[in-house]
Design a binder for this molecule. Structure first.
Ligand SMILES: [Zn+2]
Length: 583
């Protein structure tokens, strides 16, 4: 079955609050297509029908965030949720209906409130003492690792991620973290006990901030911070700006640092060209020139030949970033049927030359952009490799779909899905200078320059423990690891699902070393089928709370949708999860 995805505009449909989430007169319907609107209305009806269950509480309200309509007419509507007017972290739900409009299931947090507690929740006193909020803000600021910029902001919420809802503060602390990355930390603090329930960053990085901090000269941190004001709040390209910009496509030549000479689509302007691609949502690249704030200036050029294959030209890293941006756009469009990160046809943008000696890259929802450091001038090149670009853009896709919370097991899955797509884009490119493999970030190591089959990388999907930090096999404590290590088990799953228990080139691992359960006969289904299954699971069945066990369920449902419940692909998904100890 082929699946057609339609993306709603922001907050298109709100079923408000005044009663038992019956349709209130102030339901807001903002422009979107008729079939999507009908799907949302139908899904709300289904939620209404569940109103006597413990899952849906009186006083809940729902905001539709995404709609997928399959080619066979089945519908999947994703909602964010409020409980008694408070945002409910982990309360998001996807309502699944078949082509006849009948509800066939819901995807939601793994814990449903006990019916005995529901009545209590309906009448719970939601007032909290001002001192409790102050204490939460102070506690959050004290926990921030780096230098915080402004006063912490506390929002009263319900926290319901894999637990019954509890009244809490979501304290947002912004600043610069220890590696010079911008940071937007959320500390979830129990309103009654003042204990920390969860913490996660809205800025999604390529690698652990601790590792990155050790790779760069720490003296640069203070100067980076001093220069930082904000990430930059450029609005994403609008439909109008995309069409007004997409007028004068030209073909340019890019001399990249990592991927050889590449063809680029650029935009003709008066006196030359700018690094903006009218054929791909008008996405573009800017030069931060060492700044850590603002959006930089778009790259321009007189002769449409960009970069010189070396870092001596500031254009070179931009060529790589744009090449990766183009490949990722094309991969999503041609393989997964998604047009742009938000699936709305609009491009994002890439900022290069962030800070000084910065050894990381990141995605930010705030600017809807990718940002790349220049490396440390010795062991690390600018972090603009193909798989890094695919990784960062996929953080944007994840935040627009399942929105996997960036902590615990869901955070590991968030990271892993970025690695899976990053690697898939590398195979899609099949660039002779940057040969595809299941290593992550191998081309940012200067020592791999010119090496056809590198064995050094940031991460190793087939044997995650080769990084010295990531586990190969699932255990119940994995959620306590940094998300860049808890990702390992899912990366391992993806490798085994794609390739089977076969050692990659350059490594001589036995089948026994590649699996956790002795299933040395494990066969792969190819990476295209594997990534389609993961993408279907991400967009259709996963939620912000999805953990490893529910990722197994989500991918099995996805495999059933795409290939059938008795297919080889379905069986391979089950076997690959079992081979990494997720049962
Ligand atoms: Zn990442």
């Amino acid at each position: 079955m082929n699946c057609k995805t339609n993306k709603l505009a922001v907050a298109v449909f709100v079923a408000c609050n005044t009663g038992f989430f019956a349709y209130a007169s102030d339901i807001k319907i903002i422009a979107h297509e008729g079939t999507e609107r009908a799907a949302v209305e139908q899904a709300l009806d289904h939620l209404n029908s569940k109103s006597s269950s413990a899952l849906i509480l009186e006083g809940d309200s729902f905001v539709a965030r995404d709609v997928i309509i399959d080619t066979d007419g089945a519908q999947h509507v994703r909602f964010d949720r409020k409980l008694r007017g408070l945002r409910m972290i982990g309360g998001d739900v996807v309502v699944h209906s078949n082509a006849s409009g009948e509800m066939v299931g819901m995807s939601h947090s793994n814990v449903v409130e006990k019916s005995g507690n529901v009545a209590k929740r309906r009448t719970q006193d939601l007032t909290v003492h001002h001192d409790a909020e102050m204490a939460a803000r102070n506690q959050a600021k004290a926990m921030f690792r780096g230098v915080s910029r402004a006063d912490a902001v506390a929002e009263k919420v319900f926290y319901a991620r894999d637990r019954e809802p509890v009244l809490a503060f979501d304290v947002l602390v912004k600043g610069m973290s220890i590696d010079g990355s911008p940071s937007e930390m959320h500390y979830i603090i129990d309103a009654a006990s003042n204990t920390l329930l969860d913490s996660f960053d809205d800025v999604r990085t390529l690698m652990s901030r601790d590792v990155a901090a050790n790779l760069q000269m720490l003296t640069t941190f203070e100067s980076n911070f001093a220069a930082q004001d904000s990430i930059g709040a450029a609005a994403p390209l609008t439909a109008k700006s995309v069409s007004s910009l997409a007028k004068a496509a030209a073909t340019g030549t890019g001399n990249s640092l990592i991927s050889g000479v590449v063809s680029l689509t650029t935009n003709s302007i008066s006196g030359g060209y700018e690094l903006r691609d009218p054929s791909r949502g008008s996405h573009y690249a800017t030069n931060l020139s060492g700044s850590t704030s603002g959006n930089g200036s778009i790259f321009t050029d007189a002769d449409n030949t960009w970069g010189n294959s070396a870092t001596s030209s500031t254009q070179t890293a931009a060529v790589d970033a744009v090449y990766g941006q183009n490949l990722t756009w094309d991969f999503y469009k041609s393989v997964l049927g998604r047009t742009g990160i938000a699936n709305d046809g609009r491009g994002a943008f890439s900022r290069v030359h962030y800070g000084s000696n910065y050894v990381n890259a990141f995605w930010s929802d705030q600017c809807f952009c990718m940002t790349y450091g220049d490396g440390n001038g010795s062991t690390y090149l600018p972090l603009v490799a193909i798989d890094v670009a695919g990784h960062e853009m996929t953080h944007g896709v994840t935040s627009r779909t399942a929105n996997l919370t960036y902590s615990g097991e869901s955070g590991g899955l968030n990271e892993a899905i970025s690695d899976m797509v990053g690697t898939s884009v590398e195979f899609y490119a099949n660039n002779a200078s940057s040969k595809p493999n299941y290593l992550i970030g191998e081309r940012v190591f200067a020592s791999n320059n010119g090496v056809a089959t590198p064995t050094t990388a940031l991460r190793y999907m087939f044997k995650p423990s080769l990084d010295g930090k990531s586990p190969d096999c699932y255990t119940s404590t994995i959620g306590s690891l940094n998300v860049h290590y808890s990702s390992g088990v899912a990366n391992h799953f993806f490798y085994l699902l794609s390739e089977g228990a076969v050692s990659p080139a350059g490594f001589s691992l036995s089948a026994t070393q590649l699996v956790c359960n002795g299933n040395t006969a494990l066969a792969g289904i190819g990476r295209t089928a594997a990534i389609k299954i993961v993408y279907r699971a991400l967009t259709t069945y996963m939620t912000s709370s999805t953990n490893y066990k529910s990722a197994r369920t989500a991918t099995l449902k996805a495999a059933t949708d795409l290939y059938g419940g008795t297919s080889a692909q379905y069986n391979a998904v089950a076997a690959a999860w079992s081979a990494v100890s997720v049962n």
